[in-house]
Design a protein around this ligand. Structure first.
Ligand code: GDP
Length: 587
């Protein structure tokens, strides 16, 4: 775990031994979503540390969580997947936002961890030696005084940062209170200087491995007895050619058989299905058989496995898999499987009207839904999904909300949108907003709603008639007809161009630069005939100087105005509208 770019991937490579020049370190097996390090391999790699611990553990299963989308789920939910974590901290950056986030989760789950203080080669003047151990002498004797000082300064700062988080840490070889105080191991997981790259084969990795094994032996051996009770967590949901939607899982305890009845937690409710195939990676996967898997009748813990079964499309990563035995109550198991996502499901609008929300993990989905639900925001949600936005999501978002254009929207939080999904969205008029900060998504959505409102207003402009009451000023009849030109006093409401009044359309208002006049203003207006069939009005025949001019409203014009412009009307203008409604008998 750790902040982006701290070196998690590279560290994992080092642990796997994939960057060791002489090829893969013996016995390591790459599994699905995990790497297995056998005890012999660890013994071999930690020889130089002379600890020569009698290894009672068979090995370590290292879970490649950094790249998994289910990362947050895994850590935040009671999956019991990890026994110990490695928290990677970049010595040049100290504790960063995602380090804090990881720390919070570790604290919450009460999970032990070791700090890998990575990139120590970045200390100016650091000398890389052939030795991969980082013991006291590696720093005290092999590095210059400047490097030592710089190292101590950075280390002290980082220890202080941890302390501020309520965590005691210490360099592992100075740590006298293991258990109370967390260990820090300086590491180099990659080297940026090309000239010395060949030298690097993971300084500090032997130390890290030894600490992991010692810790496991001290705290885990009793717990490591194999039990029949299945403990299994979904890491990823993937479509695989020839197998349909599969799930990559880590079987921590127990055994899986082909044909076992299982229940998984799905986005649309619990999924009860049967294991169709139990798959592991082909050991020769680098060769032409790439992409093919080994099939098994049964698999025992602990292992990373791929499971193929029907109906896995909506499985949520990070959740447990439950086995249904013949005497079990399936309904109870289904309920247990869905316990964690209940709070999420309860946020979906009962009316079925709302936006489509998609996030990378259940954890981030929860955060987003929580935000959308706050009273100040209050954006209803009609459906949710986890993982990248695919065509099917666009289809759903478009079909569901024919009537509410503004909700024909996908809010995609921290997930990719496939090009095909984008294409379809353009075609169907579904708006997709993406962001990795919740507030940005909200801003985009709000701008979208405002845009739609403006658009509707523009469409309604033809129909909407603003209320106005005008009085013709004496000596201000400039033209009696075709067009009528008058000087008027706006007694009430607002005179606007294109507004229909009892003697025709207002075609022009002499009140630059705006084309309207407010209550109290005196302006010249030009009025043209309402339409060609209706007789043109003429001063002296159809109206006189004392006649009041008022907006000619209809049911339609009132609806268009009230639906789109209600916020633009002042209290007085609304009052006038009510009076006009009575006058024209519009109820
Ligand atoms: P992640 O995002 O935490 O998985 O980080 P990566 O493993 O992808 O590393 C991020 C960058 O840091 C890459 O460019 C690495 O080459 C570099 N890097 C990783 N570890 C070290 C290290 O120990 N020393 C130096 N100098 N660079 C490193």
């Amino acid at each position: 775990m750790g902040h982006v770019d701290a070196g998690k991937t590279k560290l994992l490579d080092c642990i796997r031994g994939t960057n060791v020049q002489e090829g893969e370190a013996g016995g390591i097996t790459q599994q699905i979503g995990a790497t297995y390090l056998p005890a012999e391999n660890i013994r071999d790699r930690t020889k130089g540390l002379k600890a020569d611990a009698k290894l009672n553990v068979r090995g370590l299963l290292v879970i490649d969580t950094p790249g998994h989308e289910s990362f947050t789920n895994l850590r935040s939910r009671g999956s019991g997947l990890c026994d110990i974590a490695v928290l990677v901290v970049d010595i040049m950056h100290g504790l960063e936002p995602q380090t804090m986030e990881s720390l919070d989760l570790l604290k919450m789950r009460n999970t032990d961890f070791i700090v890998a203080l990575n990139k120590v080669d970045r200390l100016y003047g650091w000398k890389t030696h052939g030795d991969t151990r980082i013991v006291k002498e590696s720093i005290n004797e092999k590095q210059s005084k400047d490097v030592r000082n710089e190292f101590t300064r950075s280390l002290t700062q980082i220890i202080t940062q941890f302390k501020e988080q309520g965590i005691n840490t210490e360099l592992y070889y100075d740590n006298k209170e293991r258990g109370e105080t967390y260990n820090i191991v300086p590491t180099i997981s990659a080297i940026s200087d090309l000239l010395v790259r060949d030298w690097n084969n993971g300084e500090g990795i032997p130390d890290l491995l030894l600490l992991l094994v010692q810790w496991a032996q001290k705290t885990m051996v009793k717990r490591l007895t194999y039990s029949e009770e299945v403990q299994c967590t979904v890491l990823e949901v993937k479509v695989v050619e020839g197998h349909g939607t599969t799930i990559d899982v880590v079987l921590v305890n127990g055994v899986h058989h082909e044909g076992d009845q299982i229940v998984v937690c799905g986005m649309q409710g619990p999924v009860a299905t049967m294991i169709r195939a139990l798959l592991t990676l082909h050991p020769m996967r680098e060769l032409p058989v790439k992409g093919t898997y080994l099939h098994h009748k049964e698999i025992k813990a602990a292992q990373g496995i791929k499971i193929a079964a029907q109906g896995l499309e909506h499985t949520i990563a990070g959740m447990s898999i439950y086995i249904v035995r013949p005497h079990d109550n399936v309904e109870e198991i289904k309920e247990a499987a869905m316990k964690d996502v209940k709070s999420v499901m309860s946020r979906i609008a009962k009316s079925g009207e709302g936006v489509y929300v998609q996030a990378s993990t259940l954890g981030s989905l929860e955060a987003l839904l929580e935000f959308l639900n706050t009273p100040a925001i209050n954006i209803p949600v009609s459906a949710i999904s986890i993982g990248p936005v695919h065509r099917k999501d666009v289809m759903k978002a478009s079909a569901m909300l024919e009537k509410r254009k503004e909700y024909r929207t996908i809010l995609a939080f921290d997930v990719k949108v496939t090009p095909k999904a984008r294409e379809l969205a353009d075609e169907l008029g579904v708006k997709i907003f993406t962001a990795d900060i919740i507030y940005h998504l909200f801003d985009q959505f709000k701008a979208h709603i405002d845009n739609l409102k403006e658009e509707k207003k523009r469409e309604a402009a033809e129909e909407a008639v603003f209320p106005c009451l005008l009085k013709i000023m004496s000596n201000c009849v400039f033209n009696k007809k075709d067009p009528i030109v008058l000087g008027v006093h706006v007694i009430d409401g607002i005179a606007k161009v294109r507004v229909f009044i009892n003697i025709g359309w207002i075609a022009l208002i002499e009140n630059k630069p705006v084309d309207c006049a407010k209550k109290g203003q005196k302006v010249a207006i030009k009025i043209i005939g309402s339409n060609s069939e209706e007789q043109q009005k003429m001063f002296g025949r159809h109206f006189e100087i004392e006649d009041q001019l008022v907006s000619k409203i209809s049911r339609r014009s009132v609806d268009a105005l009230e639906e789109n412009y209600v916020d633009d009307l002042s209290v007085e203008e609304r009052d006038l509208l009510s009076k006009l409604k009575k006058l024209f008998k519009i109820w």
